[in-house]
Design a protein around this ligand. Structure first.
Ligand SMILES: [Zn+2]
Length: 369
């Protein structure tokens, strides 16, 4: 297997794109992707400066300010930007801002989290570590984690019901600071929506067709704004994207594995990894992600490939993610050195493998799904 490394020019392009994504996330978090009120966040201004410098160096007409930079992010696929970027990292028809709703895409959140200066997934990890530090046991942390995953939205009535349950009430008291008011961009006539398919926040765009925060969601169900915004709270954005979204697949996989006799325990030193123990004593590890860009997922898991002694190591993504990007597996494997021993599987493939652990070919059956 050949591992393709970006050259120096491409590394410069990657750095600019990371900075641009962080600037877009900051603008989006302040509801300024369409309003453009001053002052702009420093990260957005820095990204503009880097894009302008690169354009001028290539005798390419640069964006004239933040509004035009955002317009580029809405209208130009990354492959059309005057940046040298490795093809595996950008893929076809990828945008940083969704033109229909003028919000950062999931791809943008992944780029903003990429590299040593990444911010968004890192925020989610820091918040989860704080939750973990405040818990007296692994079970208590698991309960808090499951609470966040299962409840991306909480209404006033939900909170009343939660407080009536000792287990949910304990979790709520540890995580309630991780919820906030509904962002203005999602509110329509005082109400907002959740995608019936993936449970992410959703919007019925004026131009028609459903939209939700999950880029790989089939978005096939109608979006109905049924929640009243002033009496609801939503999970904070980094946790929605990097914990809640993959977490719903994680919960399904855990349930299926437990049903076939596998003991599933979250590792005490890691906020995401689980150890899977068979009745025979054999152990595997798994971590579940819901990322649309396979190259950045490869970078992330390569950094944390420390599973020596844990048997097979699985990185699990939902099947719909693999279908969304047909070359997902080949890009991931091209960027994952063989010595890491990491195996990329869909949720369906891991469950099938667990049901017949001697069938080592199970993970390949959906390659052309
Ligand atoms: Zn959805």
């Amino acid at each position: 297997m050949t591992v393709t490394m970006p050259d120096a020019v491409e590394r410069g392009g990657v750095e600019i794109l990371r900075a641009l994504a962080r600037g877009i996330i900051d603008l989006g978090s302040q509801n300024r992707l369409s309003s453009f009120t001053l002052p702009y966040p420093a990260s957005a201004q820095r990204a503009l400066d880097q894009v302008v410098f690169t354009c001028l160096a290539q005798e390419h007409t640069p964006p004239q300010g933040i509004p035009e930079l955002v317009f580029w992010c809405r209208a130009r696929a990354l492959s059309a930007w005057p940046l040298a970027l490795p093809p595996d990292l950008i893929g076809p028809e990828i945008f940083l801002v969704d033109d229909r709703v003028c919000l950062p895409t999931q791809t943008c959140a992944e780029w903003a989290s990429d590299g040593p200066s990444g911010v968004m997934e890192q925020q989610a990890q820091a918040l989860l570590r704080d939750v973990m530090a405040g818990c007296s046991s692994r079970e208590s942390y698991q309960a808090c984690r499951d609470f966040l995953i299962s409840r991306p939205v909480l209404t006033r009535q939900d909170v009343t019901a939660v407080l009536a349950s000792p287990r949910d009430g304990m979790a709520w008291n540890r995580v309630k600071h991780l919820y906030s008011d509904v962002p203005d961009a999602y509110i329509l006539d005082g109400r907002f929506a959740v995608c019936p398919t993936c449970q992410s926040l959703a919007i019925p765009p004026a131009g028609g067709g459903p939209w939700c925060e999950s880029e790989a969601c089939p978005r096939s169900s109608p979006i109905e704004p049924t929640y009243e915004a002033v009496t609801s709270q939503v999970l904070r954005n980094p946790l929605r994207v990097f914990v809640g979204l993959p977490g719903r697949t994680e919960q399904t996989v855990r349930r299926e594995l437990t049903a076939v006799g596998v003991d599933v325990q979250i590792l005490p030193d890691d906020i995401h990894r689980y150890r899977l123990t068979w009745p025979s004593g054999e152990t595997w590890t798994m971590q579940v992600h819901d990322r649309v860009q396979p190259a950045m997922l490869a970078t992330k898991v390569n950094e944390s490939a420390t599973s020596a002694g844990d048997g097979r190591t699985f990185v699990v993504v939902p099947k719909r993610v693999m279908i969304h990007r047909p070359n997902y597996r080949s890009v991931f494997e091209r960027l994952t050195p063989p010595h890491t021993g990491i195996e990329l599987v869909t949720d369906d493939e891991l469950v099938r493998l667990a049901r017949s652990p001697n069938d080592h070919n199970a993970r390949r059956r959906d390659d052309h799904a």
